[in-house]
Design a protein around this ligand. Structure first.
Ligand code: MN
Length: 409
């Protein structure tokens, strides 16, 4: 996709907070959201600086998504012009302070699938359970995924209850108790826009046409429940109790200046032909950085700031979003507007780039030390996990994904 006037790094908005250099939502971003102000009904909006502009053209983001990438790009152009500092008729009556708004889930999510696209995550987790053979033989051929649960996807800020489940250790029979190994997973989510019909695969050259935009995903995971239940059919109750997403959909258009070649495979086998094309080779990656921050109840009581626990680059993912979309639809499975695909835990090669506690504390053997004097192997009640994401480049305006927050209760 060529860049256009909406990406011009010199553009400024009449919403002054959008012009601050570290703003997540400058006029070059324009992510969509669904919000309520006071007792109003739900409305579609676009985030700009510390505010939300009402977008009366659409009643739901599923409607906008269903119209496809072209409609999204047209609306983006219109909003960019309306929000520019040189607009003689700024629509100020449509602007609401974000602090006065309640943000809802951005789309109605029909189906949620979760992938496993970081080879660093897959290798780390695999080596804990199979030191001699960390990567299963299918990994470099198949973008591994499973069907998740859409009904328990919640928006940032929703408290998450620690689940109960079957826990089993040693030679003992299982017990049904509260999970003791509650973890987060830092992921990127992609929302589907236009539908492929049932029975019709999505060629990889067209995969980006089916992507609406991205959000942050915390795929909460109960590791002790997972270990006992996952064979042979994969994750089930260890994952489906909650998944938290950020409220903003950063469109694929907004990400255009940050597209990079996909992860270089070195001597690994090249992807099968249906998962390979020139466009995906040269622009399949996204130079996005994902961060995980943590606070505990004690830290908040002692007014200690949240601490950064990991930072990972999405350009280190083995499989691209396009490959995940194409693989998902390759058997003819239809993906519909509002469907959410999770990337899987985003981890990089460094220790500081491990996107879940299972990896970061190496299955609990290397506890995380916190500035309050506390330590963590897995999450305790009252802990709040804060995920942030942003894209930076020398030639484009920095944009952010906002925050994905959840407190464990
Ligand atoms: Mn996951």
């Amino acid at each position: 996709m060529p860049l256009n006037e909406t990406h011009d790094p010199t553009l400024r908005s009449w919403v002054e907070s959008a012009n601050l250099p570290d703003a997540d939502f400058p006029i070059q971003n324009l992510p969509f959201c669904v919000f309520r102000h006071g007792h109003s009904a739900r409305r579609v909006g676009v985030a700009i600086g510390d505010s939300i502009l009402d977008v009366p053209d659409y009643t739901s983001l599923n409607d906008l998504a269903a119209r496809g990438r072209g409609a999204c790009s047209e609306l983006r152009m219109k909003l960019s012009r309306a929000l520019r500092a040189d607009n003689p008729y700024p629509p100020k009556a449509l602007l609401y302070p974000m602090s006065e708004c309640r943000l809802d889930l951005p789309l109605e999510i029909g189906d949620y699938s979760d992938f496993y696209a970081s080879i660093f995550h897959a290798t780390n987790v695999g080596s804990m359970f199979r030191p001699d053979n960390p990567l299963l033989p299918n990994y470099k051929y198949v973008p591994i995924g499973y069907h998740g649960r859409a009904s328990s996807v919640v928006v940032s800020g929703t408290p998450v209850r620690r689940p109960c489940g079957q826990l089993q250790s040693g030679d003992h029979p299982p017990v049904f108790e509260a999970s003791r190994q509650l973890d987060y997973e830092s992921e990127l989510g992609v929302f589907i826009c236009c539908e492929n019909r049932l029975g019709e695969p999505i060629p990889i050259e067209k995969a980006e046409d089916h992507m609406f935009g991205v959000c942050l995903v915390n795929d909460w995971s109960a590791r002790d429940i997972q270990r006992w239940e996952y064979q042979p059919l994969g994750p089930f109750l260890a994952k489906s109790f909650a998944t938290t997403i950020s409220p903003f959909v950063v469109t694929m258009d907004a990400l255009d200046p940050f597209r990079v070649p996909r992860f270089h495979r070195g001597i690994d086998p090249q992807p099968l032909a249906y998962l390979d094309c020139e466009g995906d080779r040269t622009r399949g990656g996204i130079a996005l950085t994902l961060e995980v921050w943590l606070t505990t109840g004690k830290m908040r009581a002692e007014k200690i700031e949240p601490v950064l626990v990991s930072r990972a680059g999405f350009d280190h993912m083995y499989w691209t979003l396009a490959q995940m979309v194409t693989h998902h639809a390759s058997n003819g499975c239809n993906l519909r507007p509002g469907d959410l695909l999770g990337s899987g835990t985003v981890s990089g090669p460094e220790k500081s780039a491990r996107g879940c506690l299972l990896e970061l504390t190496w299955r609990g053997t290397e506890p995380l030390r916190l500035p309050s004097g506390e330590s963590r192997t897995f999450l305790e009640d009252g802990d709040e996990v804060i995920m942030r994401g942003y894209a930076e480049s020398a030639t484009a305006r920095r944009i952010g994904l906002g925050e994905c927050r959840g407190t464990l209760v």
